[in-house]
Write a protein that binds this ligand. Structure first.
Ligand code: SAM
Length: 373
């Protein structure tokens, strides 16, 4: 009786406040002297990127964005890189038919630049410029010219290196920012976009309708299944798999009470996240063809949700399924995108974008795994 009364009158701690207390304890230890700078950035206005819709009048859209003094951080990063490799990046376009994999594999070692998914354009304002983009407007066909998102969330899609003719799975796809980016490559032969939440797949449907004509949506299959079963139902099927898992969504958790995973009622769910993430990643790898690649990503700073999940998945696959994976070195992303993002230098596997006041994107963790057998 007494306990009940206490529970009813105890002061309610806002979820955002609880999130900050927990982050101070855990990230204070994990990042040491870097934490105060990350903390203030997370609590400040975040920056956006404008993902250009190649299915709309892209030339006009890019001109409008350039008039605002925004820059496509991807093409900027390619400037000065080897021309042959840069040419490779352009071989398929959203409106052309994909070339085969072998046509692309002519590469000389001394000119090698690790390939990234082609044809994606994402505009950002320069470091230190905190201008905002206006919401996109429909063109004459009713299609929106760009999609606003955290520019760091394009990096996992670039890392996946989608090639012409690829069969692609986006295991946790809604509301669809990364699905839309995958489609901008013009390379997907088929794209399975899944999310367990039917309300969120509804949003995904709406996003695709706002950015693509019906004929371009034909290659997309939207489902609402638990991603953990994918490895059983479609094993060894996909060339490329994106596993963008549910996570503590750190920036959101500090800003919004709505749908906040730090509410007391969701404590159990929060504690089970690394297990769910591990199961989703293992499932994604099982759904990949031998030789295919998987990118795992979160928008959390937590080592437990990032490197730990990746290492555990590699171990578990070796022991339980006799499957070996290679963890790719993605440090070339730092070389390519140092001018746009603040990278953490101490990840044991994968790359982590740290929020920074002059480049307030992220957090975004991404790691690439190649399935060897
Ligand atoms: N990739 C999305 C994007 O770029 O817009 C964001 C994905 S969000 C980080 C994680 C998603 O995972 C949520 O939409 C959530 O509904 C979904 N999810 C959670 N548990 C899942 C499960 N067991 N299987 C598939 N999706 C799941």
């Amino acid at each position: 009786q007494q306990k009940k009364k206490w529970a009813a009158t105890a002061p309610r701690v806002a979820s955002t406040r609880r999130a900050l207390q927990i982050f101070d304890l855990t990230y204070g230890v994990q990042f040491g002297s870097l934490w105060p700078s990350i903390r203030i950035s997370l609590l400040s206005e975040q920056k956006y990127g404008a993902l250009v819709n190649n299915f709309s009048d892209a030339e006009q859209v890019t001109q409008q964005l350039e008039d605002l003094n925004a820059m496509d951080f991807i093409s900027e990063s390619q400037r000065g890189q080897d021309l042959d490799s840069a040419a490779d990046q352009d071989v398929c376009s959203p409106n052309s038919s994909p070339q085969t994999q072998t046509e692309l594999e002519v590469e000389s070692f001394d000119t090698f630049v690790p390939p990234i998914s082609p044809n994606i354009q994402c505009y950002t304002f320069p470091k230190g410029d905190v201008s905002l983009f206006h919401p996109a407007r429909p063109d004459t066909l009713g299609l929106l010219g760009y999609y606003l998102l955290d520019a760091a969330s394009i990096l996992p899609v670039l890392a996946l290196n989608v090639r012409p003719g690829d069969i692609v799975l986006d295991l946790c796809a809604a509301p669809g920012g990364k699905t839309l980016a995958l489609l901008q490559t013009g390379c997907c032969r088929q794209l399975a976009a899944n999310d367990i939440s039917t309300s969120r797949t509804g949003r995904l449907h709406n996003v695709l309708r706002s950015y693509l004509l019906k004929e371009h949506r034909k290659i997309v299959r939207i489902t609402s299944w638990d991603g953990r079963i994918w490895g059983d139902i479609e094993r060894n099927t996909y060339d490329k798999v994106l596993v963008d898992v549910p996570c503590t969504n750190d920036r959101h958790s500090l800003k919004e009470e709505d749908n906040n995973i730090f509410t007391n009622m969701r404590k159990g769910e929060r504690q089970m996240l690394p297990k769910l993430q591990l199961e989703l990643l293992v499932s994604g790898i099982l759904a990949t063809k031998p030789g295919g690649t998987v990118v795992y990503s979160t928008c959390s700073l937590s080592q437990l949700q990032n490197e730990y999940v990746v290492q555990k998945a590699a171990e578990l696959l070796a022991v339980q399924h006799n499957i070996n994976v290679h963890l790719e070195d993605l440090s070339y992303f730092r070389r390519l995108f140092w001018n746009t993002f603040s990278f953490y230098s101490d990840c044991s596997v994968g790359e982590l974008i740290l929020p920074h006041l002059t480049a307030n994107f992220g957090p975004m963790y991404f790691c690439k795994l190649t399935r060897l057998c």
